[in-house]
Design a protein around this ligand. Structure first.
Ligand SMILES: *Cc1c(COP(=O)(O)O)cnc(C)c1O
Length: 240
């Protein structure tokens, strides 16, 4: 696809890859250990295809209906190949089964009810799904309840339930810096939580952290996946 939008994405991709490279270098890390996850919410399926053609391997969505429609459209355009689909939105248990039908990774699992629903969905779809436990890093959990997340003290138990659930593969943890808070302090808590999880589950080595505004702090703290929307795709169109 060669068009104006593709050219925009080429430039933005070059910029974010350079940012990731610099941040990795500052942290004495290898940038190939950091996966760029493009958050394509509100953007069309055509952008997913463009990004895939530019070498982006992972995309993320945060609303079930939009994700399901876009996934179907991209499969129609790309056939069997295509990016790995992450779900990064707040999950309702009654939609978890449906989300399991098209998601390769669900990065926002924050309570036990979701584990059983996703496991059932994965079994029904005959697939294995990667799961990240979302850790709440909110300074004021009540104020950020809509953003989800499991309290750090409860993560080990939730991770264990994912690890033994049929159809699910525990990949690690995910977190979001608190609104208006200090990302460095928050990502340090996430890193410590990730280390505890990995002690019990050595293969669960993924840390999804860092968005357009704080990817440097996340990479310094050990993030292996950064979730970038605005920096890559531009300002998001508002919801209708
Ligand atoms: C939208 C979203 C992002 C991307 O945010 P940007 O600031 O636009 O990079 C990352 N993670 C989650 C969970 C999101 O919902």
């Amino acid at each position: 696809m060669s068009d104006e939008r593709a050219e925009q994405l080429v430039d933005a991709l070059e910029e974010v890859r350079a940012r990731i490279g610099r941040a990795a270098q500052m942290a004495s890390r290898d940038s190939t250990d950091i996966t760029l996850v493009a958050v394509t919410k509100r953007f069309p399926a055509a952008d997913v295809v463009r990004l895939w053609e530019l070498g982006v391997t992972d995309v993320a969505e945060n609303r079930h209906q939009e994700a399901a429609d876009k996934h179907a459209e991209v499969v129609g355009l790309l056939g069997g190949s295509g990016p790995k689909w992450h779900f990064v939105g707040q999950l309702q248990s009654n939609k978890a089964k449906a989300i399991a039908a098209y998601s390769d990774s669900v990065d926002t699992v924050d309570r036990p009810q979701l584990v059983s629903a996703l496991s059932a969905g994965a079994l029904r779809a005959g697939r294995e799904i990667d799961v990240l436990v979302q850790v709440s890093l909110a300074a004021d959990p009540e104020a950020e309840r809509h953003r989800g997340g499991c309290p750090p003290a409860e993560v080990a138990r939730l991770a264990q339930s994912v690890a033994v659930a049929p159809g699910l593969r525990l990949g690690g943890v995910m977190g979001m810096a608190p609104l208006g808070g200090d990302p460095e302090a928050a990502f340090a808590i996430l890193a410590a939580t990730a280390a505890l999880v990995q002690e019990a589950h050595p293969q669960a080595d993924q840390i999804s952290a860092g968005m357009s505004g704080d990817l440097e702090a996340a990479i310094a703290a050990g993030a292996t996946q950064v979730r970038l929307g605005t920096a890559l795709l531009g300002e998001r169109p508002t919801l209708r």
